[in-house]
Each structure stands twice: as structure tokens, then as C-alpha cells.
Write a protein that binds this ligand. Structure first.
Ligand code: ATP
Length: 611
């Protein structure tokens, strides 16, 4: 799902003027299914659409009137020297123009209204869908891409509806009205006028191809610029830049892409300028032909043609060429629009990997027994991460998982709230396979404090209420006291209303952790899961966290990934994991003298940490 231009990957070198084979291949396939799906979004707004159509129809006719009235102004006003007729037709002509403009205002209002409502529906649908996507989706997709899908792609759809669709409609109607009016007046001149229309297609098609390829390139650079901004202007990115002294290098990297962007933008705004010269020349041939043939008919063949008639034909021709030109040009917009829709549909069609199955069980009076039976798991097809994991955690008891880094400890706990599903074997909660339990009711029973504490930008109170919307002040204070963070909070001027900063970065690691423990205590789950941070905190901070966690481990069903001896000692049972397998289990006393992995870990890590 790499972020390419609409419908495709990045463009090629600058010198190219036409679509490459690759780009051609990446043009969206406009299938009937795609169109049906796109138009399905318009369905609920058919009444408004009919109104738009009526507006467009009326304004197309009104817009044509001044051209037709030119004939009257010349024949009945000027040539007959009739002042009243002259003024009348001039006023009528102005009035129709004004009328068409007013209707145009109504049309754009309804149009915008429809576009806003459709994109509102689409945004909601997309957000809802993305929220249901599995952890795997978020770890394997670029965050920038996901956000682009939600923002600029959907904004693009809005533009499609307000401009592309309505431009197709109004240009087609204007064209039809102009053709009818021309043929109604004089079929010979009308035919001569449209004979040169096919010539328009040549420059327009070339310009279209050029625009399409430039769009692709500019989208690619946009992605690149967004990528650089995302990486360097985020809090952690900036920190990295500063600490490695990369400011200049990043600036040059940015400037380089920015520079390329200028060249592209100039190219884009000049795209097809030469073709337009050719087009303008062609466009001026039509009226001359009409003057010539009209003149010959009038002078040599004594036809009924008047000067007014010829002027009307020329004026109508001018009216007709505009929509022809726009319609020929619209091909690129159309392709771009379809590409946008297919990008959005690609995301909407991604299956939701983990969801409640039909008739899933809602947990009533949960106890909190967890059992792993011969669990195998892999993130990627051919690399098994967990192999034959079996253990059980009885309600009220606690298990500590220890093992070398990368051995699969976090992976084991990810399977309990179903962030991922097992490859084979099973994980059960109160004797029921977690895949058979309603996801929401399962996750309500499980509380996790992960290695990386995530706090939302807001106040401490906001972050606490995230766990329990209706928590009272007293409940919050109690949870904070238990989590050993209350003293800190009350020492702050704003207390619970202290702002935690972007991702909680205004707080220390230890403070963040304790707030997240308080948040968990408010949620009051059946099972507590702690993924103890590997990063060292100072000993005061550590002991404060320890004091908060210890009573939970001793009194509640809990499972913890432990890196410190004191946490390990608080647990009822220890599982030692290595290379995705449980290699030892038992109590500290049993394991420390067994001469295995645990003893080694104890000697190299735990006892040292304790010192
Ligand atoms: P640590 O103590 O360092 O946190 P851990 O024992 O918790 O390590 P896991 O995070 O479970 O280890 O990772 C186990 C293995 O799975 C590692 O080799 C890791 O590279 C791999 N892994 C983890 N997450 C993913 C993922 N989302 N996609 C692919 N592989 C992953």
C-alpha cells in the first residue's frame, strides 16, 4: 500500500512527457462495478441531484440566450434601426445572463451540500472501518498513508463531486443545447461548424497525457515531502535529529525535494501550453468558415440567411467549443477521480482480520481463568514466533514471564486480548476459546500496561476518564493513590487538570507509567497484564511503580513480563521463554538453582538490577 499518486506508484524522470507503460498499467480500471459503487454514494441524495440537474438545464438554456438574441439585436434592432427593439433585446439578453448566474449560485450550493454529505458519510465509514482493522494492519502500513487516505483522498472525492461530475453534466447539457440551437437555425452552417471538432482531440489528448503524468510525479513528491515532515517534525523524530546533529542534512534533504517540487509545479502550470496555442488556432477556424460559407450562401445563392443569422451561428459556435474542449479535457480528471475512488475502496475492502464471529459469546460474570493450549503463532508466514506454548493462569493467581529480548514474551500476551489470532492451538478465557467470545466483552476483561505508555494530549483527568467515562472524582483519586501517583498530581498547580503534553511527553517515564496504572485500576479489569518497561528508571521511580504493582499482582489475576527480580518474586509462577518456547517453569527458588536459562538470566540481569 505504498503511497503513490492517485491510483499508482511514483512517476519517473522529469523529461518524460507521456505515460509510461507502468503508469498506463496503474490507471484505474473503470469497471461497471466501480461505477456502480461510486454512484451508490450518490443514491441517498437523488432528490438534490435532480434539483442540480434542473438548475444546470435551466442555466444552460439561459446561457445560450444572449448568443441567440445577438441575431435579433442585429436584424431587428440595428439593421431595421428600431430603437425599441434594440433596447428590448439588449435588456432581455442582460436579464438572461443575470438569471443564469443566479441559478448558478443555487446550483453550486446544492452541489457543495451533496459533496459535503457524501464525504461525511465516506469519512465516517472509513474511520469506522479503520478502527476495526487489526494490529497487524497498523504495524505493517505506513501511518502517513493511512492519514492520507482519510484526509486528502476523501477531500479529493469532494472536489470530484463539486467539479468533475457537475462539469460533465453542465458541459454535456450546454453542448446539446448549442447543437440543437445551431441545427434549428441552419443545418449547413451547423455542420460546417462542427466539422473541425475532431481536430480538437489531438492537442487535447496530448495535453491530457502530459497532465496525467505530471500529476503522478507531483503526488510522489508530495508523499516524499510529507514523509520528511512526518519524520523530522514529530517529537521523537526531532529528538533524534537534534541528538545526532542532523539538522543541516535534514534541511538539505528537504530543500532538494522542495526544489524538485518547484520545477514540477512550473512544468505543471505550463503543461499543454503549446497545445493550447494549436487549439486556439483551430478554434478560430470555425467562425471564419461560417462567415465564408454563410457569406457565399447569402450573396451567391440568395438564401434566406441574414447577417443576424450568421452572427448567431458564430456566437453559438463559440459556446459549443467551450464544452467540447472541457469534455475532452475531463478525461484526466475522470481518471484521477476514479483512481481516488479505487484507492478508497481498496482500504474499505480490506478484510477485518479480527472481529467477533456470528453468535459470539458475551462473558457473564467472568472469573479470569486463562489457558494456552499448544499455541503456535507467526507474524509472517514462514517465521514461527511461538512454538507449542501451553500454560494456565487460574483466577486470582499471577504469572511472570521472563526470557531474553525477542523471545516472544510480548507476543504471548498479545494473544490474550486477541490483538492477533493463534496459528494453531487455542487461547481460552474461562474455558471458552477467545475467538468465540464477543471481542468487546473479552477486551473489557483485560487491562494492559504496555512497555510504551501512551497518553493522549490532554489533561491527566482526560486520560483517566478514557478508561471509565463516568468515574467520580473520589474514584479517580483513589486509583491515583493506589498507583502511587497522587502525591505528584496534588503537587501540581492544576492537579488532575495538569496537561500531559503531546503523547504525555511533559511527564517523566515513571509518572506516565503510574498514570497508566491508575487508568487501568479505574477500568478494573478481570485480568491485569503488565509489560514491564525494559528501559531503566531511576530507583525511586522504580520503587514507586513497584509499590503500585505489587499489591495488584498479589491480589488480582495477573500476568506480567518481568525484568526485575522484585516483580518476579511477587508472582506465583515463573515461565521462562526462549526462542518462542517455554523452556522452564516453576518458582524462583526452584529455577534459580536448576542451572538453566533462568539461572543465567538471574546472574546476568535480575540480581544486578536489584543491586
Ligand atoms: P522484548 O523483551 O525485547 O520486548 P519480547 O520477548 O517481548 O522482547 P516479542 O516482542 O514478543 O519479544 O517479539 C518476538 C519476535 O517477534 C521478535 O523476533 C520480533 O522481531 C518479532 N515481532 C514482534 N512484533 C512483530 C510484528 N508486528 N511483525 C513481525 N514480527 C514481529
Amino acid at each position: 500500500m505504498a503511497g503513490g499518486g492517485p491510483g499508482g506508484p511514483h512517476g519517473g524522470p522529469f523529461t518524460r512527457g507521456f505515460m509510461t507503460e507502468e503508469e498506463k498499467a496503474n490507471q484505474p480500471k473503470v469497471t461497471p462495478e466501480l461505477l456502480k459503487r461510486v454512484f451508490a454514494y450518490l443514491g441517498p441524495y437523488w432528490k438534490q441531484l435532480v434539483l442540480v440537474l434542473i438548475c444546470i438545464a435551466i442555466s444552460s438554456v439561459l446561457n445560450m440566450m444572449p448568443s441567440i438574441l445577438t441575431g435579433k439585436i442585429i436584424d431587428d434592432g440595428l439593421l431595421k434601426q428600431d430603437m425599441r427593439a434594440l433596447v428590448f433585446y439588449i435588456v432581455l439578453s442582460l436579464a438572461t445572463t443575470l438569471g443564469a448566474s443566479l441559478i448558478g449560485v443555487a446550483e453550486s450550493y446544492i452541489n457543495t451540500w451533496i459533496a459535503q454529505h457524501i464525504t461525511y458519510d465516506m469519512r465516517n465509514q472509513m474511520f469506522k472501518h479503520l478502527q476495526r482493522m487489526s494490529q497487524r494492519f497498523f504495524t505493517s502500513n505506513n501511518q502517513g498513508d493511512i492519514i492520507t487516505r482519510m484526509t486528502s483522498d476523501i477531500d479529493g472525492v469532494e472536489r470530484v463531486i463539486t467539479s468533475t461530475f457537475s462539469s460533465i453534466l453542465s458541459n454535456s447539457l450546454t453542448l446539446v443545447v448549442a447543437l440543437v440551437a445551431m441545427y434549428h437555425r441552419n443545418w449547413i452552417l451547423a455542420t460546417i461548424g462542427i466539422i473541425i471538432v475532431p481536430l480538437f482531440t489531438i492537442p487535447t489528448r496530448q495535453a491530457g497525457k502530459k497532465r496525467w503524468s505530471l500529476t503522478q510525479e507531483s503526488q510522489a513528491y508530495n508523499d516524499e515531502i510529507n514523509g520528511i515532515l512526518n519524520e523530522t517534525l514529530s517529537v521523537s523524530g526531532q529528538l533524534l535529529v537534534k541528538l545526532f546533529g542532523r539538522e543541516d542534512k535534514e534541511y538539505h534533504r528537504y530543500r532538494k525535494v522542495n526544489r524538485k517540487m518547484i520545477r514540477l509545479n512550473i512544468k505543471e502550470s505550463m503543461a499543454g501550453r503549446w497545445f493550447r496555442v494549436v487549439l486556439t488556432t483551430f478554434t478560430s477556424i470555425g467562425p471564419m468558415l461560417i462567415y465564408l460559407v454563410g457569406g457565399v450562401l447569402m450573396m451567391r445563392y440568395d438564401s434566406e440567411l441574414t447577417v443576424g443569422d450568421i452572427s448567431v451561428m458564430v456566437a453559438l459556435l463559440g459556446r459549443m467549443y467551450m464544452p467540447v474542449n472541457s469534455l475532452l479535457n475531463i478525461q484526466v480528471d475522470w481518471m484521477r477521480s476514479m483512481a481516488l475512488f479505487s484507492r478508497i475502496f481498496d482500504y474499505l475492502d480490506m478484510p477485518v482480520e479480527i472481529q467477533s464471529k456470528e453468535g459470539a459469546i458475551k462473558l457473564q460474570a467472568p472469573v479470569g481463568d486463562v489457558e494456552f493450549k499448544n499455541v503456535y503463532f507467526a507474524y509472517e508466514e514462514d517465521r514461527m514466533i511461538l512454538k507449542d506454548i501451553s500454560f494456565s493462569l487460574r483466577a486470582g493467581r499471577s504469572i511472570a514471564i521472563v526470557g531474553p529480548s525477542g523471545s516472544g514474551k510480548s507476543t504471548i500476551i498479545n494473544l490474550i486480548p486477541r490483538l492477533y489470532d493463534v496459528k494453531s492451538g487455542s487461547v481460552t478465557f474461562d474455558g471458552v476459546d477467545v475467538r468465540d467470545i464477543d471481542l468487546e466483552s473479552l477486551r473489557a476483561q483485560i487491562g494492559v500496561v504496555s512497555q510504551e505508555t501512551y497518553l493522549f494530549n490532554g489533561t491527566i483527568r482526560d486520560n483517566l476518564l478514557y478508561a471509565k467515562d463516568d468515574a467520580t472524582e473520589a474514584e479517580m483519586i483513589e486509583a491515583c493513590k493506589k498507583a502511587n501517583i497522587y502525591d505528584f498530581i496534588s503537587s501540581q498547580e492544576d492537579g488532575l487538570d495538569t496537561v500531559v503534553g503531546n503523547r504525555g511527553l511533559k511527564l517523566s517515564g515513571g509518572e506516565k507509567q503510574r498514570i497508566s496504572i491508575a487508568r487501568l485500576l479505574l477500568k478494573d479489569p478481570t485480568i491485569f497484564i503488565f509489560d514491564e518497561a525494559t528501559s531503566a528508571l531511576d530507583s525511586i521511580s522504580e520503587s514507586k511503580i513497584q509499590e503500585a504493582i505489587d499489591p495488584i499482582i498479589k491480589s488480582r489475576t495477573s500476568i506480567l513480563i518481568a525484568h526485575r527480580l522484585s516483580t518476579i518474586l511477587a508472582a506465583d509462577e515463573i515461565l521462562v521463554v526462549k526462542d518462542g518456547q517455554i523452556v522452564e517453569r516453576g518458582s524462583h527458588k526452584e529455577l534459580v538453582s536448576a542451572g538453566g536459562v533462568y539461572q543465567e538470566l538471574y546472574e546476568t540481569q535480575f540480581s544486578k538490577a536489584e543491586e
